[in-house]
Ligand binder design. Structure first.
Ligand code: ATP
Ligand code: MG
Length: 654
């Protein structure tokens, strides 16, 4: 195969295609491809979508791009995002459920829009009594309980900027993020529940605060009610803070470009970046995409299984669904507590219509087998979504067949903390889907694939994914580090002299003859084997295509002869044993499926792969192990033991 060295080679070919089901075409609000044409005039498109939310003062200008790459959307407008998310629904449909909360132990709580607004106002008043005012940063470190969305919204109510730190992070990681944002108040829980265990959130927070002096007050939600130490003057329980506060609070007026939150990226590729999002454009972006991609209808029960600690939770558990007046499920715990069918029992119980989850979970469900979903009636589901990593075609097919019963379109949504909302995804009643492809950019979004020189790669080829024009929910900067913002995303494929600004996503992708995008993973992960640039994802997908394999991670390790050699790490499905015969079979399977050049030089069987706390495979650590280097930044690693385990196995194979 010829290789000009400028692009990523496209090896894997996938021929299956699924048209939108006819029942959806007939009933969905968006059921015509015209919408893509409307999206081409993107400023106008987003200005129309801006009618979805409530403004106090209208904008003077839809987009101010006079100081690229620092965009201003709906400039001159004012609003408070909570008026769109709460007040207007509390006025028109006060008894509509905003959240069905399901605790891990089976306890439940239902919050209507009226009740949610009341809670938010009480906490907003409480925070304000602690001295929090517009522009102050508030750190939030919680388990998945109803007070979690309340905390975000209470900050937004008074114009404070929230900085959520995922509740699975260590005290050190929490301290780093508090210090970076210089947060004044921390909201946490006494403890959180996870897989039948208690996580000592307050104790962790206390440790973090030893080295995070900016925090003046700590608000403690009593989730379990077990005694935890409260430091006098500094700490107050949520109950005590809110008890005497009125359940109304005038919303603080913010400008469209005032900051709404800071959120750190997952840290899959290195040190996390503190992404800053603002109010007006962000809310327009998440409300629009949530409605479009999930074909949202008024009586739906929508469930996003992410944690609010990640951008998926911010955009698609809190802001998007609430702006749209949706009813959501909020689940506290893990998928395998008390048993491996917990998700499916929740879907049956609440008659969930849309499920939004991650490839890491889907691969885990595949590993466990079909008996768990098969126990439940999931006929309420209409659309099933995925986000977070590329999804291998076989995992996609499994999701469609076993969870979606071949009836629900799979919406594979590509986006990032930085993009704020989904960028490449099918529209379920319009866009035909292909297993493993995120399909095409959403209306109002511009994307391209370019080679090293920045030239657009013709259909059929692979290269670097770029976004070609601004969009409302785009990150405005990296908090406190605008230079890093420009350098990381806006330098490599932009040409300021020529007025060309292209956002570099850091991901590789290829486009097929239909113009469909296939995400190929991080460009840092692309391998170079005897001069061929091969995506790790394609080799992984070939491995997952084998019936014995549940999950695979592939890396290129230095090799004196081929430049890099392909090293694979494979997790098998339940009940399959990893032996020498299977190893040879897998190598041949990859060679058959995508070519001899991609045959792994080594395969290590492992029960788990190293992942970030958001569930993404950390290939860079596997590279470090394979090349016997000191491990890079591990602060976002979820399962430290497994790294040692894999290192031992890899060592014994040498
Ligand atoms: P860091 O930027 O700190 O390395 P991260 O990139 O994992 O961490 P996130 O913003 O949580 O942080 O994740 C965005 C990335 O996740 C995307 O750039 C992409 O690599 C991957 N991703 C998300 N959704 C998809 C998808 N549907 N298909 C392919 N990749 C996806
Ligand atoms: Mg990233």
């Amino acid at each position: 195969m010829a290789n000009d060295g400028a692009t990523i080679e496209a090896l894997f070919s996938e021929g299956r295609k699924f048209e939108p089901p006819s029942h959806l075409k007939e009933t969905a609000a968006i059921n015509s491809a015209d919408i893509y044409r409307q999206g081409e005039d993107y400023e106008r498109y987003w200005a129309e979508q801006a009618e979805r939310i409530r403004w106090r003062r209208r904008w003077d200008k839809v987009l101010d791009w006079s100081n690229p790459p620092f965009a201003r959307w709906f400039d001159g407008a004012t609003l408070n995002v909570t008026e769109s998310c709460l007040d207007r629904h509390a006025a028109t449909t006060p008894d509509k459920v905003a959240y069905y909360f399901e605790g891990e132990e089976g306890d439940t709580r239902t919050l209507t829009y009226a009740a949610l607004l009341g809670e938010v106002c009480k906490l907003a008043n409480g925070l304000s009594s602690l001295g929090v005012t517009k522009g102050d940063r508030v750190a939030i470190y919680m388990g998945m309980v109803p007070e979690f969305p309340v905390a975000l919204l209470a900050c937004a109510r008074i114009g404070a900027v929230h900085s959520v730190v995922f509740g699975g992070f260590s005290p050190e990681a929490l301290a780093d993020r508090i210090n970076d944002a210089q947060a004044k108040v921390l909201i946490t829980c006494d403890q959180s529940r996870r897989k039948g265990q208690l996580v000592e959130l307050k104790a962790f927070a206390d440790r973090a605060l030893e080295s995070a002096p900016s925090v003046e007050h700590v608000v403690v939600v009593e989730r379990t009610g077990n005694a935890v130490a409260l430091k006098p003057e500094r700490d107050i329980t949520y109950a005590a803070l809110t008890a005497d506060q009125p359940s109304t609070r005038e919303a603080t007026e913010t400008s469209s470009e005032d900051p709404l939150y800071i959120l750190y990226t997952s840290g899959t590729t290195g040190r996390p970046k503190g992404i800053l999002h603002t109010t007006g454009g962000y809310l327009v972006g998440v409300a629009t995409t949530h409605a479009e991609v999930f074909d949202l209808r008024s009586d739906d029960v929508y469930w996003c299984t992410a944690d609010i600690g990640w951008v998926t939770g911010h955009s698609y558990i809190v802001y998007g669904p609430l702006a749209n007046g949706a009813t959501s499920v909020l689940y506290e715990g893990v998928p395998d507590y008390p048993d491996k069918d917990r998700y499916w029992s929740i879907i049956e119980k609440y008659k969930v219509t849309q499920l939004y989850t991650a490839p890491t979970s889907i691969r885990t469900f595949m590993k466990w087998g079909t008996e768990f979903p098969d126990r439940h009636d999931m006929s309420s589901l209409r659309i099933i979504g995925t986000v977070g990593e590329p999804i291998n075609p076989e995992a996609w097919m499994w999701y469609r067949r076993v969870i979606g019963h071949d009836r629900c379109p799979v919406v594979d949504t590509w986006w990032q903390t930085e993009t704020g909302n989904m960028m490449i995804s099918p529209l379920p009643a319009v866009t035909a889907t292909k297993p493993g492809s995120a399909t095409i950019p959403l209306p109002g979004i511009g994307a391209d694939i370019v080679n090293d020189d920045g030239d657009s790669v013709p259909l059929g080829g692979g290269g670097y994914l770029v976004l070609t024009h601004p969009w409302p929910a785009m990150a405005r900067t990296i908090f406190g580090d605008p230079d890093r913002f420009v350098e990381t995303y806006w330098t490599r494929f932009s040409d300021p002299g020529a007025g060309v600004w292209r956002y570099f996503a850091g991901d590789g992708a290829k486009r097929d003859e239909d113009g469909y995008y296939w995400l190929l993973g991080r460009v840092d992960d692309v391998m170079n084997v005897s001069g061929h640039r091969i995506s790790t994802l394609e080799v992984e997908s070939a491995l997952v295509d084998h019936p014995a394999v549940a999950e695979a991670a592939v890396i290129g390790r230095n090799d004196p002869i081929t430049g890099q050699a392909i090293a694979a790490f494979v997790t098998l499905r339940s009940g399959v044993e990893g032996n020498e015969t299977l190893l040879l079979e897998l190598r041949d399977h990859v060679a058959d499926k995508i070519g001899k050049i991609a045959r792994p030089a080594s395969i290590v069987f492992t029960d788990e792969l190293p992942k970030t706390r958001s569930g993404k495979i950390m290939r860079r650590l596997l590279r470090d192990i394979s090349e016997q280097r000191k491990l890079g930044d591990v602060t976002t690693l979820a399962n430290a033991d497994v790294v040692q385990e894999i290192a031992n196995r890899a060592q014994s194979m040498r």
